[in-house]
Design a protein around this ligand. Structure first.
Ligand SMILES: [Zn+2]
Length: 279
């Protein structure tokens, strides 16, 4: 592993309202996104359940609370797991699609808050962040079933795409957030997707580092990569915190809420930027 997180300057919280930030690159494009307040993001984090069987309904409640409901919220049954994948769609002007994914199932040794309620609970807030304005791309927020049993939900999702996978321009996977500031699995990520994320972090002065987990495990971005869909996994694992996963130490007290909220902010801005950067 490399790129270990160092202490960073105190972060100034930005407003709840939509903000626009000038990209520093040659183009002067603007990207807009909203931010759910930190207390809302923290209460969504605290709404976890320890039972695998109750996780998917709990994610559904968060999506509905965030305004993703009715036809926008659909289940996809998955062979090999009881719980379905849960999909929240934010329609864009085109059917070119950006997938934002996180798994909801847990290893019951701990409470599964870190791995991966931190990721899946953020999907609803990210939906809100993007829904403030009309987007070019369609965004699909996918809560995956069966990750811990071998990427079952994400593999099934990719398989059912068939030729429609050509529409998927990027997959952003969130797995195990809030142990530290934002980390990226660079060796298993699309180069352009990493570059744009680093650019947004620089513009917003938010911390980011590379921590590769090649020898640690795998995650839901991999089935997408196998089908040549550009993908990136955002996490927060460091050599020091790795032991928390799949253990009794995986509990809400292990989550650093300020770091967690910074990751939310960064990913919200990033997803808004991808709408402009991707074809
Ligand atoms: Zn896990």
């Amino acid at each position: 592993m490399q790129g270990i997180h160092r202490a960073l300057p105190v972060y100034l919280l930005m407003g709840v309202a939509a903000i626009s930030v000038s990209a520093q690159q040659a183009d002067d494009s603007q990207f807009k996104y909203g931010l759910a307040p930190q207390n809302v993001v923290e209460s969504r984090l605290a709404s976890y359940t320890r039972k695998n069987s109750e996780r998917e309904p709990a994610v559904r409640r968060l999506f509905e609370e965030a305004g993703c409901m009715g036809d926008a919220l659909t289940e996809q049954s998955v062979k090999g797991t009881k719980a379905p994948n849960l999909l929240c769609t934010l329609p864009g002007a085109s059917d070119s699609t950006i997938i934002v994914g996180a798994h909801f199932d847990l290893v019951e040794a701990g409470s599964g808050v870190v791995d991966n309620w931190t990721g899946v609970a953020l999907l609803s807030s990210l939906y809100q962040s993007l829904a403030i304005t009309q987007r070019q791309h369609t965004y699909v927020f996918v809560a995956f079933s069966g990750e811990e049993a071998g990427l079952i939900g994400s593999t099934a999702f990719v398989k059912q795409l068939g030729d429609r996978r050509m529409r998927i321009k990027a997959m952003v996977n969130l797995d195990t957030l809030g142990l530290s500031d934002t980390k990226v699995w660079v060796t298993h990520a699309d180069e352009r997707l990493v570059g744009w994320l680093a650019g947004v972090a620089k513009v917003l002065n938010l911390p980011i580092a590379a921590v590769n987990v090649d020898n640690v495990g795998t995650t839901d971005s991999e089935p997408f990569r196998q089908k040549k869909i550009p993908a990136i996994t955002v996490h927060s694992i460091t050599p020091e915190t790795l032991k928390i996963l799949h253990s009794r130490a995986d509990k809400i007290e292990a989550v650093h809420v300020d770091e967690y909220y910074r990751t939310y902010h960064l990913v919200a801005a990033y997803l808004a930027l991808l709408d402009q950067k991707l074809e």
